[in-house]
Design a binder for this molecule. Structure first.
Ligand code: ADP
Length: 176
């Protein structure tokens, strides 16, 4: 099952009642443990898409975590109406929810020198190997090269998707 799936996603901003299409019919799936980069010119909608993915992420994870501690029937209760035991289970859910299955990063290497950027990207790669899906926004090819898939946005639409070959250092590890 996909971690996140959006189908025909549209987002408009309104100025004086006039809509501007920021995202137009975007289809996107992120699988468990995937590493995805979103690229595109400035203003193409990358950050907007990442924010929307963050909201979808969060809602699903909160619901799953609440279910894990058996509080799904209390999801919309006010905290003051919960019993002591239920409040404890809420505290557990809060801790569990912080182990994210998906990491969203907007320009994680922006404003960093190449060495610091490399460290950040290696850390993201390690987290990905440990089982966290990663979705990042970047306009740097080097940063995007860590991903296994690159989604190119243009004027709010997915222009094309690019599947990346396995990186050379991983090939070497694989041959060993
Ligand atoms: P990118 O991350 O690719 O540079 P953004 O997602 O930040 O693009 O923005 C896409 C477009 O949406 C831009 O034209 C930007 O001006 C516009 N935009 C972003 N946020 C708002 C907002 N709150 N109100 C109106 N327009 C916005």
């Amino acid at each position: 099952m996909s971690l996140i799936e959006v189908e025909r996603l549209n987002k408009n901003y309104f100025t004086d009642g006039v809509p501007t299409g920021i995202l137009r019919d975007v289809n996107l799936k992120v699988e468990e443990n995937e590493f995805v980069a979103i690229m595109g010119p400035s203003g193409s909608g990358k950050s907007t898409l990442l924010h929307i993915l963050g909201f979808l992420e969060r809602k699903k994870i909160i619901e799953e975590t609440v279910e894990m501690v058996g509080l799904e029937r209390r999801l919309h209760y006010e905290t003051s109406k919960l019993s002591g035991g239920e409040k404890q289970r809420v505290a557990m859910a809060r801790a569990l929810v912080n182990n994210p299955r998906m990491i969203l990063a907007d320009e994680p290497t922006g404003n960093l020198d190449s060495q610091s950027g490399g460290i950040v990207m290696d850390t993201l790669k390690q987290l990905n190997k440990k089982g966290h899906a990663v979705v990042l926004v970047t306009h740097e090819s080097y940063t995007a090269s860590y991903a296994s898939r690159i989604i190119h946005l243009l004027d709010g639409q997915v222009e094309r998707e690019e599947l990346m070959a396995r990186r050379i250092d991983e090939e070497k590890m694989f041959i060993k």
